[in-house]
Design a protein around this ligand. Structure first.
Ligand code: ATP
Ligand code: MG
Length: 409
């Protein structure tokens, strides 16, 4: 029930309070987000509304927007793009930094090494991809030292230019986690991608938390069954994680329930700062456990409830940006799938179609690699719509939430 205080009910409560002042929270958020950032997302969604209306009137819409036909073609061709680039395994592989210790970084003595390891930076790639300022803040080392260490780590990891054929081959090797529904997998280009951030947004009861639970189970499956043979980390900001549900879903797949539960590492985040701290702490666990999936359910709840009013939108967006960068960096460094759930913000000025849009403004819109909008349909059916994905068409997929988990209709 805690979730409702951060989403729906708190929204209506604050709305009525603001209504007395003649302005709603949504209007405040919208006004500042528009002035803070150039807003491509909203106009995009508005364009989609008319198509959704058409669908509701019985005209089946399969692909969206004028650019989607090109995107569709790309993917169709993509299916035939199984070209062998003639590269050797050693050409494709990232520099193997697992044999390096932070002590191997030039300039790192025993005391700095201890500070780095104690604060969760034992992986050289993590150091190489972080801004020195963050390394400095999180490990307590000096500014100049942080800059030198980051640069040296970048040299070791050879983070510089690469040709597209190498990236092509690397991308082919990226793992995916199946969702339980074939049509949803198809929408996602196979499943939830490792090394990227996938955002699920939608109104309450649209299935965000259920998909998150299902992924915690499916990530444990062997690769030939659509998993990544790894563990999940679940950051719960709304108090809606249910191990019983994990057990139910694992049982439905014939998995050992006890093992399935042990393979989900759980943290409850009580406020936005705590949420950010948990992400900092997570590095140590990511290094020592075979984590292949991070869930943050929801990414925005605390931020929305703690920062309200026009004056706090800028700091809220700034902090959210820091948080999202943490997640992107973890996903890319450890090649794990990151799934964040997001709430919707009502748009009182929209009279036709779905009067909602994702909360979090452009910070979230730009930070997530894949954005999926979920909405309710008849009974246990839900519809997922790909809103933004590099290289995938904007289409829709229907799935069901049943006792067994996420399934095809
Ligand atoms: N054991 C179950 N068997 C069948 N359906 C279930 C079961 N548990 C949950 N559901 C379905 O899942 C829905 C809730 O979905 P979920 O919790 O994922 O919503 P959400 O999008 O996360 O919402 P919120 O924004 O409130 O967090 C319920 O309405 C119910 O239909
Ligand atoms: Mg939920």
């Amino acid at each position: 029930m805690a979730k409702k205080s951060t989403s729906t009910s708190s929204k209506s409560k604050s709305t009525s309070k603001k209504e007395e002042e003649g302005i709603t929270d949504e209007e405040l958020e919208e006004a500042l987000e528009e002035s803070l950032e150039d807003d491509g997302m909203e106009s995009e969604q508005n364009a989609e509304k008319t198509e959704e209306d058409a669908e509701e009137e019985g005209n089946k819409v399969t692909t969206k927007k004028k650019s989607s036909s090109n995107k569709k073609k790309d993917t169709e061709e993509g299916d035939e793009l199984d070209i062998d680039m003639g590269l050797k395994e050693s050409d494709i592989k990232l520099v193997d930094v697992s044999s390096f210790s932070v002590k191997d970084i030039p300039g790192v003595g025993p005391s700095i090494a201890k500070k780095l390891i104690d604060s969760g930076f034992s992986n050289i790639r993590a150091i190489a991809t972080l801004p020195p300022k963050i390394l400095q803040e999180e490990s307590g080392i000096g500014e100049k030292t942080a800059q030198k260490i980051t640069q040296a780590a970048q040299e070791i990891c050879k983070i510089d230019f690469t040709t597209a054929d190498v990236i092509f081959e690397r991308r082919k090797k990226l793992g995916k986690i199946v969702t339980g529904s074939n049509s949803l997998n198809e929408l996602l280009g196979g499943g939830i991608e490792a090394g990227a951030v996938t955002e699920l947004f939608g109104e309450f009861r649209t299935g965000k938390t259920q998909i998150a639970h299902q992924l915690c189970v499916n990530v444990q499956l062997p690769e030939d069954q659509g998993g990544l043979a790894g563990k999940a980390m679940y950051v719960d900001t709304e108090g809606t994680f249910r191990p019983e549900r994990i057990a139910q879903m694992a049982m439905a797949r014939g998995m050992n329930v006890k093992d399935a539960l042990k393979n989900v590492i759980y943290a409850r985040a009580y406020n936005s700062e705590h949420q950010i701290n948990i992400m900092k702490q997570s590095r140590k666990i990511l290094e020592s456990e075979n984590i292949k999936l991070i869930i943050i359910d929801s990414i925005i709840g605390h931020f929305r409830s703690e920062f309200y009013g026009l004056g706090s939108l800028a700091p809220r967006q700034q902090l959210l940006n820091v948080h999202l960068h943490q997640i992107v960096q973890l996903a890319e460094t450890y090649l794990i799938a990151a799934v964040v759930t997001n709430q919707v913000q009502s748009k009182p000025d929209v009279f036709f179609g779905d009067p909602t849009r994702a909360a979090g403004g452009n910070i979230l819109a730009h930070g997530s690699t894949y954005r999926i909008y979920l909405r309710k349909s008849k009974a246990d059916t839900r519809v997922a719509k790909m809103i933004d994905a590099p290289g995938l068409p904007e289409s829709e997929a229907a799935f069901r939430i049943t006792e067994k988990g996420i399934e095809d209709v």
